[in-house]
Design a binder for this molecule. Structure first.
Ligand SMILES: Cc1cc2nc3c(=O)[nH]c(=O)nc-3n(C[C@H](O)[C@H](O)[C@H](O)COP(=O)(O)O)c2cc1C
Length: 355
């Protein structure tokens, strides 16, 4: 897929995810074959005020390119000025967040609340395009306010008519929870009604899901969110499926361990030991969620107090998986639950029931 100077071929997008797509995770995904990654969403106001935290969240190194930056806001002038500032950093895409459903965002008419007002989306995109210069501008949109008020074809038209280069369609409405399956039929309808590239998003957890989504909708590429958590392998596996027709399958515990170790080293450099430790625990659970013995890991991991202790625990865990020490089977039930939750922590009774 090609947009402006950005050409990712058949590769996939890593979705923007707050508190997840830091530089460490982006680098791992890129190394494993993601076509382009995204920084974490930042406030347009924060960008023009030079707010320290905001600038930290949107910073990226040149070696991470291609990369997209996503901004959040409501005022077309502010978003236009923010796009102008961000364009100086030379990202490959600047995206308007029109999908975040949380109350504290929507109550300020930002994020997913924007889809109620296609005209405003059009004005914002026009200003962002003017500000961004040669950097392409996109919008990541939900289908509509709720399932009875779907207006995605209209909002995509507003993006296209005002110079937007690309749309990401998250095939859920604003009121849908994550356990509601994404409705890919809407991605197909959008693709049939617009001339700009369409990237589908929602409910892709395995390479075959991505292939199915692209085949069923005719969209230009796919964006992976929860399916990449602890599973950056989805990118290399999909690339292989797309190129050779065969998916190499789930990585073994040794490969999982090797990858999480690399990510822990990167997190340590990016954030320092204390902050990195919490993030590393969260990612470790995601990495091992599809392996046997996940309940052993959940039991032990929260009392770990240093990155070195975490490395030892993970080594011990991976060795037990490889030696077949754990009772297999229980993890499949847990994996299904993980798919339904955003943060994937299990309720204690679920963990106990799985013994
Ligand atoms: C932890 C987390 C953080 C997210 N943060 C953002 C964000 O900052 N910006 C955004 O547009 N979407 C965000 N999303 C939504 C995802 O990008 C994606 O649209 C959504 O998860 C649907 O895809 P999936 O079904 O493959 O997970 C987030 C999702 C998760 C799980």
């Amino acid at each position: 897929m090609k947009v402006g100077n950005l050409d990712i071929g058949k590769k996939l997008f890593l979705a923007p995810m707050a508190e997840v797509t830091d530089s460490s995770f982006r680098r791992i995904c890129k190394e494993l074959g993601a076509g382009i990654t995204f920084t974490q969403m930042v406030s347009a106001q924060g960008v023009i005020r030079n707010d320290f935290e905001t600038l930290r969240h949107l910073s990226f190194s040149r070696s991470e390119k291609p990369i997209g930056v996503q901004i959040l806001g409501n005022d077309p002038d502010i978003l236009g000025d923010a796009a102008k500032e961000i364009a100086k950093l030379n990202p490959d895409l600047i995206d308007l967040n029109s999908g975040c459903p949380v109350d504290k965002v929507c109550s300020h008419n930002m994020g997913a609340a924007l889809v109620d007002d296609p005209k405003r989306i059009g004005k914002i995109i026009r200003k962002m395009v003017d500000g961004a210069g040669s950097v392409p501008v996109s919008a990541k949109l939900r289908l509509g306010k709720d399932r009875s008020k779907i207006n995605i074809v209209e909002t995509v038209k507003a993006v296209e008519d005002n110079g937007g280069s690309l749309v990401f369609v998250h095939a859920r409405a604003r009121t849908d929870k994550y356990d509601t399956s994404a409705d890919w039929d809407w991605i197909k309808k959008v693709k049939e009604n617009t001339n700009i590239p369409v990237v589908g998003n929602g409910s892709m957890f395995a390479p075959q899901d991505v292939k199915n989504m692209i085949e069923q909708t005719g969209c230009d590429s796919a964006m992976i969110a929860r399916g990449a958590l602890g599973n950056p392998f989805i990118f290399s596996r999909y690339n292989s499926l797309a190129e050779t027709g065969s998916d190499p399958g789930e990585p073994d515990a040794a490969m999982v361990l090797n990858t999480i170790f690399k990510q822990i080293d990167l997190l340590q450099k990016e954030f320092g030991e204390l902050v990195a430790l919490d993030k590393a625990k969260k990612h470790s659970i995601w990495y091992f969620r599809h392996c046997s013995g996940i309940n052993f890991l959940l039991e032990k991991i929260f009392s770990v107090r240093s990155l070195n202790a975490l490395r030892s625990l993970l080594s011990e865990h991976a060795e037990k998986i490889l030696n077949g020490t754990y009772n297999s089977g229980a993890h499949e039930e847990i994996y299904k639950k993980f798919q339904k939750k955003v943060l994937f922590w299990l309720a204690e009774e679920d963990a106990q029931a799985l013994g």
